[in-house]
Design a binder for this molecule. Structure first.
Ligand code: ADP
Ligand code: ZN
Ligand code: ZN
Length: 691
């Protein structure tokens, strides 16, 4: 090879070589992008099938060959198949994926292929042509519907100001307003403007459950536009069809959960992230990305507006506002001036304790519920624990219903008389007698939603009580069915987990109560208070949605710590006070957003193996790199399904220092791994949300 023209020589040697993103973890020996040859010139972004070892795998033409010929003894292999009928994935999309893969420390191909609809990777050219033809047929005449709805509400002053700001700001925008303050109306107007300009709009929501409601609102507002949803509960065929519509530019509005942030959108002009503080935007396996953060990046790179909506912004977002990186748009009142529910903090320690039976609800709360029911209004009780009781106990020998495979108790579910582990799924019939000593008197300890509903039925005879949680809503359409009954007025009091707090537009609810929220105040996870505050604010937002009821709407909190600052802020509906206090604590403890974190997690049958791997990994961290490495510790539930988990925290005052360290460090761990027999898995989580 001549020294002055290595590239020309390389081109001669390889024919028409190209780089292809294939599904390999970044830290496998090969990396995520490999070189192949092709007889025809293939546009970057073309979907391919390529040989890999003895298999044939999906790939994406990624760009010019990397020149890494060393990995291919015997020369480069040719591409097997190219799906040229599909327009290639754009430069923008590929650059976005590359950026995300780099930041979250994953292989490019691994991430790129994991965010495409699974069906797409299986199609041959004939099947693809058939799908495309079907979509083309369905598309004709789709966009000549009515231009819009006739009667739009007149925007309030703050809404108008927000809308104007969206048109002119080059910073990410936080739309800060309580439930019912008109945020969605602003999304709709901003979307209207983007659509009128011929652009596509991406709307991200935290939960699949929330998509139908929002979808209906967008569909009603834009009858002439094509709207598609993207989330993991779609059938594979529907997900593919919707993805294709977005990719082909046929869909004008794409509404989806976190994975939709990776949709291919050739005309993207606006991104909305509703409930931006919600932890569901963080993917918890594989590439552990934050869809909220990626949405901001993607919009920024495209130079288009991104709108983050919340009543209780994440503290990261709030600090970005304080630093001037984001701009806050405030909606300070509920539409129509409806009052916010009065918050009542009930001091449980002042109540007399009935001997033998623990107190379920304070008498005053029971009475308040009874009043609502008598008036034909609805109440809602929140308890963040499903099942009947978190543990069964034998008073004779001390046996407890532990899970044999996890470091957790098995939960007693009375409805189907099972003991169920919420971590590994192990379910068994409740034993008649203590498995250790045969004592017949085994008793439930503590209380879950099942027991609360049962106790409530005794306190409010005749009231119609519906329990709504992950158990009661298992199965397609079950949640909608249960919510339908609530909307139809067939339910007086709902008892449920946080599933109830999110988004639903209950018109008759005038009382919401958190039965026992104190646990989060003293959690080892520094984000627990932030999450509790958001949950309670959101729950309060369920009360008094209809202005007619707003005046007498209340949010009750039963607590043993009535003086806690979190509850004081809640009582005043004062997010800012809460955020200011929390941020001061975070700053003094050097926690996010004042530092950047990454977690290295390791799993093994034996915790010692996992810890040893982490300790050796810690040795490899450059001590001059500005990154602090903490000792390996077990997470709150260390053993799940007989696998022990251990994690190690890395912290740095500088995000880029942490990124540099991770990029240099992780490839070494791939080698280190081979020295630790018995290590099952390791993975890094950048910006973890639970530690
Ligand atoms: P949020 O998204 O903050 O919960 P919404 O946008 O859903 O608030 O607004 C709450 C209710 O008020 C909705 O029924 C909406 O149609 C209505 N609304 C919003 N903006 C206005 C307005 N400017 N004038 C009248 N009604 C409005
Ligand atoms: Zn026993
Ligand atoms: Zn288990």
């Amino acid at each position: 090879m001549s020294q002055d023209a290595p590239q020309a020589a390389a081109a001669r040697a390889w024919g028409d070589a190209l780089a292809v993103a294939v599904e390999l973890p970044r830290h496998s020996a090969l990396g995520g992008v490999l070189d192949y040859t092709s007889e025809r010139t293939l546009a970057p972004g073309t979907l391919l099938r390529v040989p890999l070892g003895r298999r044939e795998v999906p790939g994406i033409a990624w760009g010019r060959a990397t020149g890494d010929a060393g990995a291919a003894p015997g020369g480069l292999r040719p591409v097997t198949l190219a799906l040229t009928a599909l327009p290639p994935l754009s430069d923008e999309w590929r650059e976005f994926v590359t950026l995300a893969a780099g930041y979250y420390q994953r292989g490019i191909g691994e991430l790129a292929l994991s965010v495409l609809p699974p069906e797409l990777r299986k199609l041959d050219p004939v099947q693809l042509a058939r799908r495309l033809a079907r979509l083309a047929k369905a598309d004709t005449g789709a966009r000549d519907g009515a231009p819009g709805v006739a009667e739009l509400p007149v925007l309030g002053e703050e809404q108008s100001a927000a809308l104007a700001a969206i048109g002119e700001s080059d910073r990410p925008l936080l739309l800060h307003g309580v439930t019912g303050s008109g945020k969605t109306e602003v999304y709709l107007r901003a979307a209207d403007a983007a659509l009128a300009g011929g652009r596509q709009v991406l709307v991200l929501v935290p939960e699949i459950n929330l998509t139908p409601q929002l979808e209906a609102r967008f569909a009603a507002r834009f009858p002439g536009r094509r709207l598609v949803s993207l989330h993991s509960a779609l059938t594979p065929a529907a997900r593919l069809a919707n993805w294709l519509r977005a990719h082909l530019g046929q869909a004008d509005l794409v509404l989806g959960t976190r994975l939709a942030v990776f949709a291919s959108l050739p005309r993207l002009g606006l991104v909305v992230v509703d409930e931006e503080h919600d932890p569901s935007f963080k993917q918890q396996e594989g590439a552990r990305y934050s869809a909220r953060d990626l949405a901001v990046w993607r919009a920024h790179r495209l130079g288009i507006p991104v709108l983050l909506g919340s009543a209780t912004p994440s503290l990261e977002t709030w600090q970005n506002v304080r630093d001037g990186r984001y701009r806050r748009l405030m909606l300070s009142m509920r539409v129509g001036g409806a009052a916010l529910p009065r918050v009542r903090v009930l001091d449980m320690s002042t109540l007399p304790r009935t001997r033998g039976s623990e107190l379920v609800l304070a008498p005053a709360l029971t009475e308040a519920l009874r009043e609502r029911v008598a008036r034909g209004e609805q109440g809602m009780l929140l308890l963040n624990r499903r099942g009947y009781a978190p543990v069964l106990h034998c008073s004779a020998c001390g046996w407890k219903s532990g899970c044999p495979h996890c470091s957790a108790w098995r939960v007693f579910h009375k409805v189907d008389r099972t003991l169920r582990c919420h971590h590994c799924g192990l379910a068994e019939r409740v034993p008649r007698a203590c498995p250790e000593c045969g004592n017949l008197d085994i008793t439930p300890i503590g209380r879950g939603t099942e027991k609360l509903a049962e106790q409530l039925a005794l306190l409010l005879p005749g009231a119609r009580i519906a329990r709504i949680d992950a158990d009661s809503t298992r199965g397609v359409g079950r949640l909608e069915q249960q919510l339908g009954a609530v909307h139809a007025g067939e339910v007086d009091v709902m008892v449920g987990t946080q599933i109830l707090a999110k988004g639903h537009d209950f018109r008759r609810v005038t009382l919401v109560a958190a039965v026992n929220p104190d646990g989060a105040l003293f959690s080892s996870d520094f984000r627990a208070p932030e999450r509790l505050f958001a949950l309670l604010m959101q729950a309060a937002g369920r009360a008094g949605r209809a202005a007619a009821h707003a005046e007498r709407s209340e949010m009750w909190v039963q607590t043993w710590f009535p003086g806690h600052a979190l509850y004081a802020a809640l009582r005043a509906h004062d997010y800012e006070a809460f955020a200011t206090a929390q941020l001061a604590e975070r700053r003094s403890a050097a926690l996010p957003p004042f530092s950047s974190l990454a977690l290295l997690r390791a799993e093994a049958r034996d915790a010692l193996v996992a810890s040893a791997f982490l300790r050796d990994a810690a040795e490899l961290v450059d001590s001059a790199g500005g990154v602090t490495v903490y000792a390996p510790v077990p997470p709150p539930v260390a053993r799940i399904a007989d696998v022990e988990r251990v994690q190690m925290l890395l912290e740095s005052a500088s995000r880029s220092a942490l990124q540099r360290q991770l990029a240099a460090w992780l490839p070494q761990l791939a080698n280190l791994r081979t020295r630790h027999k018995g290590l099952l898995r390791w993975a890094v989580d950048v910006d973890p949300i639970a530690i």
